[in-house]
Design a protein around this ligand. Structure first.
Ligand SMILES: [Zn+2]
Ligand SMILES: [Zn+2]
Length: 292
C-alpha cells in the first residue's frame, strides 16, 4: 500500500519492524498502544513495563514473583495478558504503577550509597519505564549506534508522564551529556532526544575528560571513584539554587553515572535531583557493555 494511502486511511508502520498496523483501529487503539508507542502489537509486546518496585530510591523493579536482586529471566511471559495492556499507555495516569512510597523499602545498593559522600545527606530517586531486556537492548543499540533518532519517539511521551507522576514539578530537565568525541561521531545525544517530550530541557552539564577504561571491567568502588567529577555544571548556565531538577538518560545500570551527574547538580545548588530513564538494567553483564 502506498504510504500516502496508509496515512489517509490511518494505517501506520511500526517504527521497529516496519510492519503496517491499524493506527486508529483495532487492539492497538483499544489498548492505547498504537498512538503512544508507534509500535505494532508484536513489538510492543516485547517491552516489559515496570509495574512494581522493590526500592523507593533507585526504583528497582520487581518482576513477577521474584525480586530482580535475586536474578531472573527477563523477556519471558510478557506477551499478551493483562500486563501488556498497560504498556505504553501512559495516558492512564490515574492508575499508579507505583505502590505508596511508605510501603517500599530501600535496596542494599541504595543503602551502600548512603555510606558514601554526598549521599549520606542527600536524597536521590530514579524511575524507569521498562526492564532492560534483550528487545530493548536492540532498540537502544539502533537508537544510539545507528543513529535512528526517531526511535526516541517511542519513549518521549511516557518518560514525561513518568517524571510528572513520580516526582511532580521540575524547573529543569537535564539530559546526561555524551563525551564530546562521541557526540561529534554520532551527531546527536540520545539522552537529549529522549528528553524531547519535556518543555524545559536545559543542557546544564558537560563531561569532564577523564582517563578512560572499560566500565564493565571495573569493580563497583573503582567505578564510583572513576566517575567522581565526570561531569560539571556549565559556566554561565542558569541559576540552580533551590531548583528541582530531573535528569534524563537512556539506561540505568549501576546508577553510578546518573548519581555522579546528580551530585554535581546538587553541588551547583539544586534543591532536589531525581532521574528517569527508559530502561532499567537488572545486573546483567551484557547490559553494561552498551552503557557509555
Ligand atoms: Zn513491530
Ligand atoms: Zn535501590
Amino acid at each position: 500500500m502506498a504510504r500516502w494511502l496508509e496515512m489517509v486511511q490511518g494505517t501506520e508502520r511500526c517504527l521497529w519492524c516496519d510492519a503496517t498496523f491499524e493506527g486508529n483501529m483495532g487492539w492497538g487503539w483499544v489498548l492505547g498502544i498504537a498512538q503512544t508507542t508507534h509500535l505494532c502489537g508484536i513489538c510492543s509486546g516485547q517491552l516489559q513495563r515496570i509495574q512494581e518496585l522493590t526500592c523507593k530510591e533507585c526504583g528497582r523493579p520487581r518482576v513477577g514473583e521474584l525480586s530482580v536482586e535475586k536474578g531472573i529471566e527477563v523477556g519471558k511471559n510478557n506477551v499478551g495478558g493483562k500486563k501488556n495492556a498497560d504498556i505504553g499507555s501512559g495516558s492512564k495516569e490515574t492508575t499508579s504503577s507505583f505502590p505508596e512510597k511508605k510501603k517500599l523499602g530501600v535496596c542494599s545498593d541504595c543503602q551502600r550509597w548512603k555510606e558514601i559522600e554526598p549521599w549520606n545527606s542527600l536524597s536521590f530517586q530514579h524511575r524507569a519505564l521498562y526492564v532492560y531486556n534483550e528487545f530493548l537492548q536492540e532498540v537502544m543499540a539502533r537508537l544510539k549506534y545507528r543513529g535512528d533518532v526517531q526511535l526516541a519517539k517511542l519513549f518521549t511521551d511516557d518518560l514525561r508522564k513518568l517524571g510528572r507522576k513520580s516526582f511532580g514539578h521540575f524547573d529543569y530537565v537535564v539530559p546526561i551529556p555524551l563525551k564530546g568525541s562521541r557526540h561529534w561521531e554520532r551527531g546527536f545525544n540520545q539522552a537529549e532526544a529522549l528528553a524531547g517530550g519535556f518543555g524545559q530541557v536545559k543542557e546544564l552539564l558537560e563531561r569532564v575528560s577523564m582517563s578512560d577504561g572499560k566500565q564493565s571491567k571495573r569493580g563497583r568502588v573503582e567505578r564510583i571513584e572513576s566517575l567522581k567529577g565526570a561531569f560539571r555544571v556549565k559556566d554561565g548556565g542558569v541559576e540552580l539554587k533551590g531548583k528541582r531538577v530531573l535528569i534524563v538518560d537512556d539506561i540505568y545500570t549501576t546508577g553510578a553515572t546518573i548519581r555522579s551527574a546528580a551530585a554535581e547538580l546538587y553541588g551547583g545548588g539544586a534543591a532536589e535531583v531525581c532521574a528517569v530513564t527508559v530502561a532499567r538494567g537488572i545486573g546483567k553483564k551484557a547490559a553494561e557493555s552498551l552503557k557509555t
